[in-house]
Ligand binder design. Structure first.
Ligand SMILES: *Cc1c(COP(=O)(O)O)cnc(C)c1O
Length: 400
């Protein structure tokens, strides 16, 4: 074999991946991803999968078995619905943004009867309103986005869990962009299914989905009248998981990467990881506010993994995103939905530190100025630094 000398796809010097996913992958995780291939039915892989499951349980706040799937977050969402819903079964989607719409679309596409209770983008679902809607019909599941990456609003899963516990309705949440950066207490909150993926706060490349199923969700999966599925059949996956295997060839390297990322989270300790996310997201908000960027999110529970700013009326979101890349090789996100041009979104997912946020603000400041938006020199950085000085790192207090 001939080695390829020059890789034209290596990002430029100074490249900063500041999207709300995929996120930067730490060096130790990249090294784990690059290990030699191993037998996916051998003792090394079984041990690695078993440990990965043990390490992710505290992050999920669960004792459930966890299924690992080759595929992105959307694949894990689709697989989940195909396993817990029967054709024609009614589901309720409490939607508060683009990813709630996606959940509804997947359910419709699979042949479920879908009702949507929609909340204003930027707000979170109101459990009282959802509860009233749940009382109107016999719903097999309630689907909700935990951390709405399109708006920065966070759903009250504990409040929604109180509605579905003791009923036939399974509470299913997409925490693709929340898990490992935002608190999740699956068992305590009564969440039946948590769906997540590798490329957000879990600091891995895209390509690995994961699903944690409560006992009653597993019972639902085992019934016969589910939607057609083969690769994504959770009955096979749950049986294989008992032996620390997967029914088909797993994405071995991704599991190795995830294992390393979870070891890093364990070493830092989960409470510190979560409080670091909150602190950095709040510092970014403080810095943005000082530069005249108001926050789009209105909900009382605001994301710790993505900050969504409104674009000043005189500017276009796309111009900010483009110039951040052209001038600084910094990749932030705009919107590909009804908010197009009106918001910019910056990820605070994974292994970031104060320097990340301060650099974001320096680069944003220069771009805003170039676009004609008045910013006093250093205003954003000063506000963020003042926030950080006044909010020393500490372990998050138990919420709720
Ligand atoms: C990123 C994301 C997904 C998954 O998207 P994929 O591109 O399929 O991995 C799902 N839900 C939310 C809230 C997300 O942020």
């Amino acid at each position: 074999m001939t080695a390829v000398q020059h890789d034209p796809f290596t990002p430029p010097p100074g490249y900063r991946l500041r999207l709300p996913g995929p996120t930067e992958v730490p060096e130790a995780v990249r090294a784990a991803l690059a290990r030699p291939m191993i037998n996916h039915r051998g003792p090394e892989f079984r041990a690695m999968l078993a440990e990965t499951e043990e390490l992710i349980r505290p992050v999920l706040g669960t004792q459930n078995p966890v299924i690992f799937l080759a595929g992105s977050g959307t694949a894990a969402m689709e697989a989940t619905l195909a396993n817990i819903l029967a054709p024609g079964e009614r589901v309720l989607v409490a939607s508060h943004g683009q990813f709630g719409e996606r959940f509804a679309e997947i359910a419709r596409c699979l042949g479920a009867e879908v009702d949507v209770v929609e909340f204003t983008w930027g707000e979170a679902p109101d459990p009282a309103v959802v509860g009233a809607k749940l009382a109107e019909a016999d719903y097999g599941a309630l689907l909700v986005t935990h951390n709405e990456s399109s708006t920065g609003a966070v759903a009250d899963l504990a409040g929604l869990g109180r509605l579905t516990q003791g009923t036939r309705t399974l509470l299913v949440t997409d925490s693709v962009s929340g898990l490992a950066g935002l608190e999740m207490r699956q068992d305590e909150w009564g969440v039946d299914v948590v769906v997540s993926a590798s490329q957000k706060a879990l600091m891995c490349p895209p390509g690995l989905g994961l699903v944690s199923l409560s006992e009653r969700a597993r019972a639902r999966v085992m019934r016969n009248e589910a939607m057609p599925r083969f690769f994504f059949d959770f009955r096979k996956a749950l049986t294989a998981a008992e032996k620390h295997e997967t029914p088909f060839t797993p994405s071995v390297s991704h599991v190795a990467g995830l294992h390393m990322a979870l070891k890093m989270i364990e070493a830092e300790t989960l409470p510190k990881v979560l409080s670091r996310h909150r602190r950095l997201a709040d510092a970014l908000r403080a810095g943005g506010a000082a530069m005249g960027l108001s926050e789009f999110t209105r909900a009382s529970r605001r994301s710790t993994t993505v900050v969504v700013f409104e674009v000043p009326a005189s500017l276009q979101g796309g111009d900010i995103v483009r110039l951040m890349y052209q001038r600084h090789a910094c990749v932030i996100a705009g919107a590909r939905n009804r908010l197009q041009g009106r918001v910019i979104r910056i990820g605070v997912m994974g292994g970031h530190n104060e320097g990340t946020i301060l650099t974001d603000l320096v680069q944003l400041e220069s771009v805003l100025r170039e676009l004609g938006h008045p910013v006093a020199a250093g205003a954003g950085v000063a506000a963020a630094a003042a926030f950080l000085a006044g909010a020393p790192e500490k372990v998050a207090q138990a919420a709720e």
